[in-house]
Design a protein around this ligand. Sequence first.
Ligand code: SAH
Ligand code: SF4
Ligand code: F3S
Length: 441
Amino acid sequence: MKKVYLETYGCQMNVSDSERVATALGRDGFEVTADAAGADVVLINTCSVREKAEQKLYTQVGRIRHSEGPKPIVGVLGCVAQLEGETLLKKIPGVDFVVGTRAVGRVGSILNRTLDGESEIVDLGEREDEYDWTVADTHRHSPYVAFLPIIEGCNKFCTYCIVPFSRGRERSLPASDIIRHTLELKRRGVKEIHLIGQNVNSYRPETESGLEGFAGKSAFSRLLRAVAATGIERIKFTTSFPRDFHEDIVEAIETHENLCNWVHLPVQSGSNRVLKLMKRGHTIDRYIKQIDRMRASSRDIAITTDIIVGFPGETEADFRDTVELVKYCGFDSAYIFKYSPRPGTPAFEMDDTVSAAEKTLRFLELENTHKASQHKCLERYNEKVLKVLAEGISTRTENGISGHSTCHKVVNFVGDKAVLGSIVNVKITKVKANSMFGEVV
Ligand code: SAH
Ligand code: SF4
Ligand code: F3S
């Protein structure tokens, strides 16, 4: 039995693709191993969103080439594979085949062809059986939590972003399939599903099948209600696109307890001028209204975001607007990135006016501003009882259990292994930026 090691970078869509690839390979008679050493095949599922992410591929292949012992077969999957295609074979000696983002379903057969002696296979083609993957079972990142893609690709073409090029056009899965998958996962003991997509709220299926009778102006809010009606314990969704983030989504969260109180809404910049240059299609006024609406909600909604500093043309004044916005919003969490020019995107053609040193300064200042406002924002959890899904053992403390709250915080507590897979009431006693600690009540 050939041993396959799968390394994954990038977003949840890549994690989800890798889970499906691993499941399919297992079915095709390969042994999927968690150990890179001794693997006959190494598959690298790549990300291209920033230069640093892309660099990981080169580092990893270099490591394999210079390691001792027999060399494994190396296959490159994912976004870098899709963008570079066969040039990867020339650029990185040691790569045996390249599989694009929509061809991941064929990895097993490509691997078999490679083992039979065929060389340099490049497959950037479309999916064969659109969305008809059976729900990944054996190779999920958790037995209790499952990712469920509902929309693939992206049509937004924000000027800095490579994703529309690496993932292609938006395609929404039929709601009836999503509901069927949810029921199947529930039957298998999954407690929490994450509906995933580059922009989940741009969800627009070809038919209403599965959504009939559910309230909500947008198809996404109807989908949320339809999935909630399956009775699965918890539903989270990410990422939400501000332009399409309508109130009916918050209303759905308010009416269905199993829709979790967490919204990831990347703002990218606090300046309307920069947002325009980024072609985000939303304004700060509207964004603030969305934040205010969620803050006023009967559910205590945790709000997280992504921000880019140093976008081409970002002035000191634009950056100040971002700092003020972060102070105003008080995000539960903010992922801050330095702008990274991506070849092929419109922003790549703009003058990269902010120096590397200035980007670093802005990055550090914004991190500090965020940390201070986050500190205040997280205090509200102190002494609060959160419902935590016990997902695994925490090595930080003796008899430590770790899991996530409905508001998607990592919570550690002392407990018996027997609670794994169940939802536990935990009173928070210590709040830190990236995790919390509490006691079972
Ligand atoms: N679809 C999501 C984001 C997907 S990419 C959305 O529209 O919000 C994840 C994050 O990476 C983005 O939110 C953005 O903050 C960051 N990002 C994307 N391209 C980038 C680039 N060229 N440089 C720096 N950060 C980037
Ligand atoms: Fe990229 Fe914009 Fe699409 Fe998000 S919405 S994936 S940032 S192009
Ligand atoms: Fe990266 Fe591709 Fe996801 S570029 S962020 S792995 S869609």
